[in-house]
Design a protein around this ligand. Structure first.
Ligand code: ATP
Ligand code: MG
Length: 381
């Protein structure tokens, strides 16, 4: 229903090298946010780590008061972490001064709110020109034409000279989206953009987001609408200031939401350098591992000496289950791949692993099936 997107640089795929090594577009590292008020202190984010890659459409879901807006406000720099790091593209957002922050935000992020927040005294087209005026992007003589082109994309160009009060809520949100696109930012962040719209209008706005993702934008959208969230490429679940580990959810898809949240809290985070062993053949089996970054090599000893790389495992895959299920020692060595950066894993100890399998029949069946396939493959090797 909407036309082609108007983009300065065509692709907005953003993969600079920088503090994040060029890997993730958005990288939150152990972010804590504690609010101080007369009533005392309240920790709204309890050490959240999250990565988002270019081109993802991420839905942020969770109960009211769980910390969704606080999380989003860390990325936009609307609010600052008490501790931890927020890296977006090649910018360490948490280190910017207020002045640097607003210019950075204006150029790199499009922000869309539940209540649109158009300036009431400016016309529709003037609202869309505002980010270009503020950041001095595009020549002054080009700005109106670009704003009109963006309004065309959201089917609002015929309302360009009206004041916001003279158009409907759904129309105001479309104008707000055009405004968010004014400086052609790679990332759009939206906090309940459909929360104040009827379902038909919400659907049209959501389709607009889907179209933007296809055109190369990366979108993070807070929503209460689970049907919409399911259509995003990924959901991030916020609960009581923590988020479910995305690799855990990928590795063990049979866990319930409550189980995912519980297990996320139990995870130990470990880092290994290239070539470093994680599990040693012959050692006692003590942990279950899920890879969150990089690759590992599973190594079998050959009868005549030498070693065989039986398998290479990557993000979202797990290892260590064979020894834990067998109750014995490690049968293979697993090490961080030589060619690559550091390998990051999350680990559950033996007791936590067995408690998890006891609590989730589906997970037990999944893990046992994988273990059986691996046993057969190792025997063949
Ligand atoms: N400025 C503040 N001072 C004190 N506490 C705050 C402040 N802002 C948020 N909080 C608290 O932090 C918690 C998380 O708030 P947040 O707005 O992030 O929740 P949310 O998940 O976006 O909820 P909703 O779905 O209702 O928008 C809440 O308990 C809230 O009361
Ligand atoms: Mg909120």
């Amino acid at each position: 229903m909407f036309g082609r997107w108007f983009s300065r640089n065509g692709s907005t795929n953003n993969s600079h090298a920088g503090p994040n090594g060029g890997k993730h577009l958005i990288d939150l590292r152990d972010v804590v946010k504690t609010y101080q008020s007369a009533a005392g202190s309240f920790t709204a984010l309890k050490g959240v780590s999250l990565t988002v890659d270019a081109g993802e459409f991420v839905a942020v879901i969770g109960k009211s008061g769980s910390g969704k807006s606080t999380l989003i406000n860390m990325i936009t720099g609307i609010d600052r972490p008490t501790s931890g790091e927020v890296i977006v593209g090649d910018t360490a957002v948490h280190t910017l001064s207020e002045g640097q922050m607003s210019v950075w935000r204006g150029k790199h992020l499009g922000i869309i709110f539940q209540f649109f927040q158009l300036l009431p005294t400016l016309t529709v087209v003037e609202n869309v020109m505002l980010p270009m005026d503020f950041c001095h992007t595009y020549r002054p003589s080009e700005r109106r034409a670009r704003a009109l082109a963006l309004l065309e994309q959201v089917e609002m160009v015929d309302q360009a000279n009206k004041l916001p009060a003279a158009i409907s809520g759904g129309q105001q949100q479309r104008v707000a989206i055009a405004r968010a696109l004014a400086n052609d930012p790679p990332i759009l962040v939206a906090d309940e953009p459909t929360g104040n719209l009827d379902s038909k209008t919400a659907e049209a706005v959501f389709q607009l987001f889907e179209r933007l993702v296809r055109a190369g934008k990366t979108i993070m959208m807070v929503t209460h609408d689970n049907d919409l969230a399911r259509r995003a490429s990924r959901s991030v679940i916020v609960s009581d200031g923590a988020i479910v580990n995305q690799y855990l959810a990928k590795a063990l898809p049979s866990l319930s939401l409550d189980q995912l949240i519980d297990v996320t809290r139990q995870l130990d985070h470990l880092t290994y350098q290239p070539g470093q062993p994680i599990v040693q053949r012959g050692a006692e089996a003590d942990y279950f591992y899920i890879i969150t970054q990089g690759n590992v090599e599973v190594i079998l000893d050959q009868p005549g000496g030498g070693e065989l790389i039986a398998e290479v495992l990557g993000e979202g895959q797990y290892f260590g289950e064979l020894g834990l299920l067998g109750g014995g020692n490690r049968r293979a060595t697993v090490r961080a791949a030589h060619d690559g950066g550091p390998v990051e894993v999350v680990a559950l100890d033996r007791n936590e692993f067995h408690a998890l399998l006891a609590a989730s029949e589906g997970t037990r069946a999944d893990v046992e099936r994988v273990a059986e396939e691996r046993r057969a493959a190792n025997t063949a090797a």
